[in-house]
Design a protein around this ligand. Structure first.
Ligand SMILES: *Cc1c(COP(=O)(O)O)cnc(C)c1O
Length: 368
């Protein structure tokens, strides 16, 4: 591959297909597969990813907010789309685009019934979210009666599915907690399914849930991070392929001597003679200041070198002492051969944050 000549985020759709097939093979053939494409498909490229996954035959998409679902519909995505965290102000728009809301409180349920009725809808598909321990969004087990009664108030909606979300599916030290969540979900869904006029389908697992608790796959699984090549498990990571690779080039190289400093507030001070390189990427592109001062590692000519000093808005500096390279040479921030999970861990964060933080200023190059 030619050097990028500027900062680009390469999106490898073959890698996406590989990861999809890998995850699909871990679940029962009859289990449906929901692909989570929120936050610009984990910072990659919403439309390229959604179109490819639609071709591959995913059963559902999920986004966080209504706006994200609107973009998918307005660009021709036909697959059902679950909106995980809608707000009432967006309900008319959500209904106009045939997006399916997650209903997580009595207030949201009432507001949605009203909006669906106003739009002349009957049996509009909705998904009820239950809180089984994450304590983020959702009804609780003791809300069941109220939920049933409120659903019976009007025929504007139809409960298509019941779901919950695991708090620690990636952490086997917490497997007792996860098993309690699974049991709680089973109890809630059993009680509700008996009372609803149509039997809803059920879903609970995210990527790490699929890998660690496949017995709880129910009727559908919801995978995000695994599709993009990371899994919270080094052994599985070895089987997955990173979809996004963030690349840039060396703009300028400086030789500096002992006592000289680099960057704002003299964040780096050289003790001896060093060779440093300046890159056209900064915190406005999504490489935050947490990656400064040697917390972040980049790859140049196959070698790992540190980011030095404070990350600027549009630039950062790396130490390339002892590496033979030139202005214009390629530098890899993360991706193929340089795991985003490891880069993120260096700054005490997770791949999810690094990936989704890559800003819209960075050009996306789609490799199909
Ligand atoms: C983001 C999200 C997922 C996807 O989780 P991954 O760990 O990325 O697979 C699944 N379900 C819900 C409710 C989510 O918010």
């Amino acid at each position: 591959m030619a050097d990028p000549q500027e900062t680009v985020l390469e999106i490898d759709l073959q890698a996406l297909e590989h990861n999809y097939r890998y995850l699909r093979a871990r679940i029962h053939p009859k289990t449906n597969f929901l692909a989570v494409v929120k936050a610009f498909a984990y910072g990659s490229d919403t439309l390229a990813i959604a179109r490819k996954l639609e071709t591959l035959g995913v059963d559902y998409f999920a986004v966080a907010y209504t706006r994200e679902g609107v973009v998918l519909r307005d660009h021709g995505i036909k697959t059902p789309i679950l909106v995980l965290h809608p707000q009432p102000v967006n309900f008319p728009q959500l209904i106009a685009r045939c997006l399916e809301p997650s209903i997580y409180s009595i207030g949201i349920l009432k507001a949605f019934q009203k909006a669906a009725q106003a739009a002349g809808q009957t049996d509009y598909p909705v998904h009820l979210k239950f809180n089984t321990g994450l304590n983020r969004l959702g009804f609780r087990e003791n809300d069941i009666e109220r939920v049933i009664r409120q659903c019976e108030e009007s025929n504007s909606i139809k409960v298509l599915s019941l779901f919950s979300h695991l708090a620690a599916s990636d952490d086997l030290h917490e497997s007792q907690f996860t098993k309690a969540q699974i049991e709680s979900f089973s109890a809630i869904t059993k009680a509700l399914s008996e009372r609803l006029p149509h039997k809803p389908f059920l879903h609970l697992l995210n990527t790490s849930g699929v890998l660690n608790f496949p017995e709880a796959q129910y009727d559908m699984v919801r995978c995000g991070i695994g599709l993009y090549g990371y899994s919270n498990n080094p052994n599985v990571d070895a089987e997955l392929k990173p979809v996004a690779t963030l690349k840039t080039v060396i703009s300028q190289i400086h030789e500096i001597g002992p006592g000289e400093s680099v960057g704002y507030n003299r964040g780096y001070k050289a003790l001896d003679k060093r060779t440093i390189a300046t890159l056209p990427i900064g915190h406005a592109d999504g490489i935050g200041r947490i990656y400064g001062n040697a917390s972040g590692i980049v790859k140049v000519k196959g070698r790992q070198v540190p980011i030095i000093g404070n990350v600027c808005m549009d630039m950062l500096m790396i130490d390339i002492t002892g590496i033979s390279c030139n202005e214009g040479d390629e530098v890899i921030l993360f991706g193929k051969g340089h795991s985003a999970e490891e880069v993120a861990a260096g700054a005490k964060t997770i791949s999810y944050e690094l990936l989704t933080g890559i800003s819209q200023r960075v050009q996306r190059n789609i490799l199909s």
